[in-house]
Structure formats: structure tokens, C-alpha cells
Design a protein around this ligand. Structure first.
Ligand code: LLP
Length: 463
């Protein structure tokens, strides 16, 4: 939350906690390119457009709420990551951020690999033609069926997350007469939070095998002995929505330290390291994310420097950005249903979706921006809270924002940067139907994930 003062035009500013609310942009009709997809703009009538199509037309054709995804932007960002890391590194898009068959095809075409973390994501990837060798399979509790499916399919790597899993994957591979390429996910004692990282001596979380106490070294020792496994590297993922590279610096230092210990003990130089995902995006104008080429340069330099110091050949680096690719490419389009000014407080704007299409505000206290999308307005700004239609007071989409004071039912508003972890974490709470994902490119729109129907709901309810 920024600490800026209230605008003169904000209603009831005197009763609000000092310095607690973000001042509106100079012009509420402006769309900050930092938080909006590349092709977003306004047409001559002031209507927001994406890929050359007006949101009013999208709403008419596909209804609201809807996630509107800028395909050209998705491809641009995917390509930017790919190009930034070059041929000597691999970029695995983290499918958990948002996965659909169209997305898999775009990734394939743009030369990215894919990280999946469940049988469902694996099935989606394979059904859309992602070559199995370009898939990494993650998860802290992969079922025996999932492991078998992944090994049979020939996934390029399975990221092992526990001692039990080392044995399980080795057993499945051996039974199938295969040697599975694996990485071992370790926790390096760096815990990354939203705008910072906190170095901790001990890990207290479910993922990975701690470096501390020699556990990671023991995991490698065991894995190297098993015929069913080919240990290709070490994996570390330090957290999410990270802006500061120093967390990666510490992580790389510790991962390379382990590679060195492995070399010294086993005479083996593991050829790969994966530094995970977690790079931050701009949800509001206050966020300043780094460009992929800066991130690639920084990570490559860190790893190279650490390896030189340890006299190791620099391993092949891989990364797993999810949010940083898909997050900024989509916005959620809602129709305003009610506008309720609460005297002395703020105005509640209810939209036709809510926490079922964006749980991040309720779950993580996430901040979002919002704009009036179906027209422009010169009315005075009013402080609003954008809320959903669910039976829960925590059903908040945008906690604090400013919208024009003449906002009315029927207006369309758009919440940017909802491409990551919104559709993928959407629910049917209150039996509200999950919105479609509409991809727009070069003046054409198409549904890539259709809107849920009541029949879909009832089909699962077998009485
Ligand atoms: N690699 C691994 C091993 C991960 O666990 C994750 C995210 C990623 C890559 C991708 O991280 P990204 O680049 O998208 O930040 N639901 C939360 C985020 C959970 C992330 C879980 N793991 C949210 O909405 O912020």
C-alpha cells in the first residue's frame, strides 16, 4: 500500500486513516501501461480496447464477468523470457499460474518449456501437444498414479520433493525399464516475501528438502545410488512476487555450494540448476518489476560468479516464471450491479463476480487497480471498494481504489493484472459460475476456456 495522501476530491477523506489510501492517478481515465496488457488502450469514444476490440463488444458477445487475455502480449512476454535466457538456458512456464490448451500451444510455438504440478496439468499439457521431454513435473505429494503417468509419458524431469519420493520415482522408473531424469528440490533457508526476503536458518514449510543439517546432501547421495534415476540437477524456488534479486543471490550461492560438495564427495558435476519462479509484476502503479533481460543477466551473472569461485563448470540454468508471463496479459471485465455510498466511509461497488474469480484479495490481501472501461468520465474521483456478489463480507476484489463519482449500474469496469492465479484458483463458491477466458488478438476474439454453465454444476452433482 502506498503512503500517499488523499486527493482533494476524495469523499469523506477526513475519517479515513492517515496516509492509508492511494491517491488516484492524475487522470482516472489513464491506463498505466505497467499494469495493463500491451495492446490495451481507449478508442475515440473512450471505451477500453484490447487487441483492437472494444470491451463493450466483448461484454455483449461473451457476457461478464470475463477474463480477457491479450494473446499478443502473452506471446511477447513468453518470447522475451526465452530470448533473454538464450539457448544455454531453459524457461519453464509455471502452468499453475494459468493453464489451458491454447496457452500450451502458444508456449510450444514460442519455444518455452512447461512446469506442471498435478496429473490434471500434465494431462492438459500432453493433450495440447507439448512434447513430454519439455515438461517438468512438480509437487510435494505426487500420487503413485501421477508418477507412473509422468514416467511413462517420458517427462523431461521430475522434481523430487522428499526422501519417499526419491524411492517411489526410482521404483516406478525401474519397473518400467526406464531411467528418469530428476532434479532434487531443496530449501536453501531463504524465504521470499512480497517485497523482501528474509533469510532463515531453518525451513518451516512443506516444500523441498532442507539444505540445513545435511539433508539435501543425503537426498543426493541416495538418489545417485538408484539405477532408475538420472540426477540432472538441483532445484530451488524461493517464493512469489519477488522484486529484489538478493534472495536469488543467496539461493544461488547455496545451491552452488551444494553442487561443489557433491563434486567433492561423488566426483560428479551435476549439469543443471533451476532457480524456480517468483518474479513480481505490477498490480498497481506502485510496483516496479524488472524486465526479463535484467533478470536473466542478473541470474546468469550470479550463477557464473558462484561457479567460478567454486571451480565448477557453469551448469545449465532454468527458471520457472508463471505470474511474470501471464499475470499482466489479462484483465477481468465486470459489470457494475450496485453502487452503495456509505456515509463517512466509502462507496461499495458490487460487480457480477467476486472472490470466486479472484480469491487473491481475500487470501493474500493482494492489491489491484481498477478502471472504468465502458466510457471515460470527468466526474470527481470517489473512494471505492469493489466487491463481489458472494455471501461473505470478505468478498472483496479491489480493497481501495478511486473511480469516477458518476459510476453507475451497467457500467463496465476492468481489473488489470488478473492473468495469473485468478482463473486457476477460481471456485464455484455460492454456485457462482466460473467466467470464460476470452483471448483477443489482431481484432479477433475467441473463447479459450468457456464460461461454466449450470449444467456443468449439476453434472457433477449426481444426486
Ligand atoms: N516454480 C515453482 C516450483 C513454484 O512453486 C511456483 C509457484 C512457480 C515456479 C511459479 O511462481 P510465479 O513465477 O508464478 O510466482 N497462488 C499464489 C502463488 C502461488 C505460487 C506457488 N508456486 C498467488 O496467487 O500469488
Amino acid at each position: 500500500m502506498s503512503r500517499s495522501a488523499h486527493p482533494a476530491g476524495a469523499r469523506h477523506a477526513d475519517v479515513l486513516p492517515e496516509g492509508h489510501y492511494t491517491a488516484p492517478a492524475e487522470d482516472l481515465n489513464a491506463l498505466d501501461p505497467k499494469v495493463w496488457a500491451h495492446t490495451v488502450g481507449r478508442d475515440a469514444d473512450g471505451v477500453v480496447t484490447v487487441g483492437g476490440i472494444a470491451v463493450t463488444q466483448l461484454a455483449e458477445e461473451y457476457g461478464t464477468p470475463a477474463y480477457v487475455l491479450d494473446e499478443a502480449d502473452f506471446r511477447d512476454r513468453a518470447r522475451a523470457w526465452r530470448t533473454a535466457f538464450g539457448a544455454d538456458a531453459d524457461v519453464f512456464y509455471a502452468g499453475k499460474a494459468f493453464l489451458s490448451r491454447a496457452v500450451v500451444r502458444w508456449l510450444h510455438e514460442e519455444g518455452l518449456n512447461l512446469d506442471v504440478c498435478s496429473g490434471g496439468e500434465l494431462a492438459t499439457a500432453l493433450s495440447a501437444g507439448m512434447p513430454a521431454e519439455r515438461i517438468a513435473f512438480h509437487g510435494n505429494n505426487k500420487s503413485p498414479e501421477e508418477i507412473e503417468r509422468a514416467v511413462r509419458a517420458g517427462v523431461g524431469r521430475i522434481v523430487l520433493d522428499s526422501f519417499q519420493e526419491i524411492v517411489r520415482v526410482a521404483h516406478v522408473a525401474q519397473t518400467l525399464g526406464k531411467r528418469q531424469r530428476v532434479q532434487i528440490r531443496i530449501t536453501v533457508g531463504v524465504e521470499a516475501h512480497t517485497h523482501e526476503f528474509i533469510a532463515t536458518a531453518h525451513e518451516d514449510q512443506k516444500f523441498g528438502i532442507p539444505l540445513a543439517g545435511g539433508q539435501a546432501a543425503e537426498a543426493v547421495r541416495r538418489a545417485l545410488q538408484l539405477d532408475g534415476l538420472e540426477v540432472i540437477g538441483i532445484h530451488s524456488h524461493i517464493g512469489s512476487q519477488i522484486f529484489d534479486m538478493s534472495g536469488f543471490e543467496v539461493a544461488a550461492h547455496r545451491v552452488v555450494g551444494l553442487l561443489k560438495d557433491i563434486r567433492d564427495e561423488h566426483g560428479v558435476e551435476l549439469p543443471e540448476i533451476d532457480l524456480g519462479g517468483g518474479l513480481g509484476i505490477a498490480y498497481t502503479s506502485d510496483d516496479d518489476p524488472r524486465e526479463p533481460h535484467e533478470i536473466a543477466k542478473a541470474l546468469t551473472e550470479i550463477v557464473t560468479r558462484e561457479c567460478e569461485a567454486a571451480r565448477l563448470a557453469t551448469p545449465r540454468i532454468s527458471v520457472e516464471p508463471g505470474r511474470a508471463i501471464v499475470g499482466p496479459t489479462a484483465f477481468t471485465l465486470y459489470e457494475v450491479g450496485t453502487v452503495k455510498p456509505l456515509d463517512g466511509l466509502r462507496t461499495y461497488v458490487s460487480v457480477d463476480g467476486g472472490m470466486s474469480d479472484n480469491i487473491r484479495t481475500a487470501l493474500y490481501d493482494a492489491e489491484y487497480s481498477v478502471a472504468l472501461a465502458s466510457r471515460t468520465s470527468d466526474a470527481e474521483p470517489m473512494l471505492v471498494r469493489v466487491v463481489g456478489k458472494h455471501c461473505e463480507s470478505g468478498d472483496i476484489v479491489v480493497k481501495d481504489a478511486f473511480l469516477p463519482g458518476d459510476l453507475a449500474p451497467g457500467d463496465l469496469i476492468a481489473v488489470p493484472a488478473t492473468g495469473a492465479y485468478c482463473r486457476s484458483m477460481a471456485s464455484n463458491y455460492n454456485h457462482v459460475l466460473r467466467p470464460p477466458v476470452v483471448a483477443v488478438r489482431d481484432g479477433e476474439a475467441r473463447v479459450i476456456v468457456r464460461r461454466e454453465t449450470e449444467e456443468d454444476l449439476l453434472r457433477l452433482d449426481v444426486g
